[in-house]
Design a protein around this ligand. Structure first.
Ligand code: ATM
Length: 281
């Protein structure tokens, strides 16, 4: 018997479709098991189409298979990190290298990747305007919903490599670990805004908070950059916890090293991923 699926849980797009099994979806954000599609004979035959199912396991009403995935042919890579880690500069350098190698790719960012997102970004980073933490959370999610639907998903469906400079993990790190907003609420809003789209690879540019902040231009600090060192330390520790929880998705680069070394590490990680996923671009 199929259980009902909330609209935002469907479709659940990833490039390696899998079914996640939760013992109790309400109390746990982590599935107890993720089965790749070939392990689930009932669904294998539909693997090339859109397969969205919620299935109750008859002998255990607590456990249910609640999601599966539509395969997209692209590769979705997100970049994360605390302030001053240099990810945006490194992404520009990487982009030139990918152009030279003939890898078609698209770069976007959260917040501010779309025409609608640009004014949202300005509002969010303006240090003159007070912003309530919940308003802040909802604005980041509104920006993301537009970015996912307008730029990220269409390009992934067209088989391209898409890089997003910050994504859902930023919200967990900044609004969750930094501002102490409930993680279940953030997970739910992330899922709505992203349409369940998860990155194939997330690269964390890790740097000690005080060092990262010291790299920022002294006159140009935005609203979040002006937060106390303690806030930035919570964000950095949060990122490290997120990366430790899902080591198969995350790769960590030591962003404190020389720029050329950081760029070398980034290229290696990205080129390996592109090769492993057989992206046509
Ligand atoms: P960038 O400057 O890296 O584009 O990020 C903008 C800011 O938005 C950054 N903070 N500072 N300083 C991180 C913050 N941010 C969040 O707080 N939550 C989010 O969900 C996202 C995407 C960014």
């Amino acid at each position: 018997m199929a259980d009902s699926i909330a609209p935002w849980q469907s479709p659940f797009l990833v490039s390696n479709p899998a079914i996640s099994i939760w013992k109790n979806r309400k109390t746990s954000s982590q599935p107890i098991r993720r089965c790749p599609l070939p392990e689930t004979p009932a669904l294998t035959s539909q693997a090339s189409g859109i397969v969205i199912k919620a299935v109750l396991i008859p002998k255990n009403k607590e456990a249910r298979l609640i999601m599966t995935a539509e395969r997209h042919p692209g590769c979705f890579i997100t970049l994360e990190g605390p302030e001053g880690a240099g990810k945006t500069t490194q992404l520009k350098l990487l982009s030139k290298c990918l152009d030279e190698l003939g890898h078609e790719h698209v770069i976007t960012r959260d917040p501010g990747g779309t025409a609608l997102g640009k004014p949202i970004r300005r509002i969010l980073l303006n240090s003159e305007t007070p912003v309530h933490p919940v308003t802040e959370l909802l604005l980041y999610e509104a920006d993301r919903a537009q970015n996912v639907s307008e730029i990220i998903l269409p390009n992934l469906k067209a088989g391209r490599i898409v890089f997003c400079d910050r994504y859902t993990d930023s919200t967990l790190a900044y609004q969750g670990f930094g501002r102490n907003i409930d993680f279940k609420l953030i997970d739910m809003l992330n899922e709505i805004a992203s349409q369940g789209l998860r990155p194939d690879l997330t690269i964390l540019f890790d740097i000690e908070s005080s060092e990262g902040l010291s790299r920022l231009h002294p006159s140009g600090h935005d609203r979040l950059e002006r937060e106390a060192l303690e806030f930035h330390q919570k964000v950095r520790q949060g990122y490290l916890k997120l990366a430790a929880k899902e080591p198969e998705r995350w790769r960590i680069i030591d962003a404190a090293g020389p720029m050329s070394k950081v760029q070398g590490d980034l290229r290696k990680i990205v080129l390996e991923k592109i090769a492993s996923m057989n992206v046509k671009a």
